[in-house]
Design a protein around this ligand. Sequence first.
Ligand code: ARG
Ligand code: ZN
Length: 863
Amino acid sequence: MLDVLTAPAAPAIKRRQDYRPPAWLVPNVDLDFALDPGATRVRARLEVTRNGGAGEPLRLDGDGLTPLAVIVDGVAVNDWRLEDDQLVIPLTGASHVIETEVEIAPDQNTQLMGLYSSGGNLCTQCEAEGFRRITYFPDRPDVLATYRVRMTADKARYPVLLANGDPIASGDNDDGTHWAEWHDPFPKPSYLFALVAGDLACNAGTFTTRSGREVQLGIWVRAADLAKTDHALHALKTSMAWDERVYGREYDLDVFNIVAVDDFNFGAMENKGLNIFNSRYILADPDTATDYDYDAIAAVVAHEYFHNWSGNRITCRDWFQLSLKEGFTVFRDQGFSADQGSAAVKRIEDVRGLRASQFPEDAGPLAHPVRPESYLEISNFYTSTIYNKGAELIRMMATILGPARFRTACDLYFDRFDGTAATCEDFVTCMEEGGGVDLSRFRLWYSQAGTPRVSASLEHDGGRATLRLAQQVPPTPGQSAKEPMVLPLRIRLFGAETGQPLGPEQLVLLEEANESIVFDGVAERPVLSINRGFSAPVTIESDRTAADLAFLARHDDDPFARYEAMQQLMLDTLIAGAVEGQADHRAVIDAVADTLDDPALDPAFVAEAVLLPSESFIGDQLSTVDPEAIYRAREALRGDLGRALAERWRNIYEANTSGAAYAYTPAGKGARRIRNVALGYIAASGASDAAALAFRQFEQADNMTDRQGALSTLVNGDSDLREAALDIFYNRYSGNGLVLDKWFQTQALSTRDDTLEAVAALAEHPSFTLANPNRARSLIGAFAVNQRAFNRADGAGYRFLADQLIALDRLNPQTAAKLLPPLGRWRRFDPARGALMRAELERIVATPGLSKDLFEQASKSLQ
Ligand code: ARG
Ligand code: ZN
């Protein structure tokens, strides 16, 4: 077993319990940048004041910096020292002015943390610990400073100079450079600092806040992309109005800018007044972006905007509290998206996402609580647990409080902690006080990792129904014994004969390991609808029969529960197929037919409900994943559904092929979704004209949703039209990086037998590069979640991933570490595959010069 202390550079473990308030505060900071891609000079002037702790020297974080000058109260000093990467300056008084100067090289910065170049422009990413790669500073979120920033740069190359807050002054020098000064009046932590220098065009707009302040909005991109920014600008305005209406939160500066860059480690960043985005979450037009991309752009624009209150006005005391801002902000952006279209479909998509990434994380070696206890590298904790399970915790509290009291409690939180760096505990306390509830036991959700399992059985005897519930939280690394948690379960019973509800929905708070709930006056045999709306992020095991599930799929009045019943029915069938080699498909076929035939249902909902669970999700239900058996069982059911309902799929396909031009509307999205699902089933049926049908759609499409949908269908098959479509697609979009990502990704997700060989060849393609995170994720990341291709029995998939991660780690440790988790699933597979996965993890850990990012993920994955 690997000891974390044998790490190459013996990186220090940080612990939540070790939190101490900062010894020094920095009320004000002035930064002066002489910007140059090869050598940027950064001069910093910090006003520092002692915060208790007499005698403590000032400790400033740095990463890869060398001090060129250290000046204290106007006098150059030399009694400073470097301890690891910290600049330590002995100081005697209660307040001082510290000046430092460093030089950095943005164009050498392949980590994309700190100041770096992307597409010829300069930009920053500071969360979590990137600011220390720019200048010496107490780089921790509880040190809040007001920033004044001056930038000087070549005017021809960098005509636009942006930073946080409001522009103050600007001018030209006579040496071809120009300068600009920005001031941000809101004290902020260093991770929210940002600047951009570049040749950018602006899609400008305005928003008038409810108190009448006019805000200048700008979406900044390269000039050629300007036509693709209207959707993002519209989403921004919609988000600003939504946060006023739903949470009473108004924007607070005169300017709100967003800049899109092509090289970005994550989705986007909420820097105060100057959000910086991965261009994939800004740029859209019908020819290049799918409906899914349009949705994601609106969601991420909203997410980053909402951070202005949940993150910026109230930030985190320390990084263990990360979910305070991320879980809450994800919950807020989910609410926003639910209000833009179908709330039911949004909930289905979010739960599908949670099950695809957070549940496996919580069941594997990297499981951690929503408020972690320790870390080596904080970047590794920007996880689905912190974000998505964190959002589920907020949702459960909102469910327990109800909408009115939840709003009161949020108001209390925003009011009480405005301008401070707060904790998860502060948030829960506001929920209790504002909501008038006791959440003492609920707090376990922040400290206990693992997905709770609830078993439910319903007995009916005379006029009485008894629901027996039992909960169990599985052990996770470092947490062997678990306590029962507080689970808000929305429950309703339906009469098996009449199909009618037996009484209203109830909210049951399951708090003990075992509880029984009695329903009186139940004359008919009841069928249980439980965890409606996915009110708690748990796994339900029930004794409901296939007939009960089919009944709920038809009669449940909660759309999520209806979807869920269908999924459970499919899952039971697929598991039987995978384990026994065959299964009876009739119940699923009948339920899918009923769903397709129900005229009252929204096509977007139907499309979700008739899709089979993914291969990975089926694997997650089994004690040992057999990727080949799962694939065969799923293809068999897909084929039977395709053939048995062939006429329906054809009718749906035709009925949803309108001659009308593309429109990003709920009706348009729903039609495209169900049509592409139908195309998939027509192909699965083995129909001889399926490839021709897909190719016709591919050629005639006036939008990327239909074009990519058709391409995916072709890429899974072996018709001659496959290569033709791939070539046409590549040539048509060879100048568009975001669309080329789709070209790589579609091939990496193919169900064909030769996918690994194809992916390995694509890794050598002239358009492939590990230096761009989107491109790396589109090929390597997508391949690693293609369960059957990645888990090939000969281990070649594991070897390929490890090779790529070792190469990527030298350029960009954060992105490499993010792609490692599929190798850590070795316990879930047979011993032969498990040994092959471990061997690759060991090879990674033994690699000289490994980053602590990849070291932490690989070494923990071996445990
Ligand atoms: N705060 C950003 C967001 O959620 C993400 C920043 C990710 N940074 C990181 N080092 N992991 O919108
Ligand atoms: Zn966020």
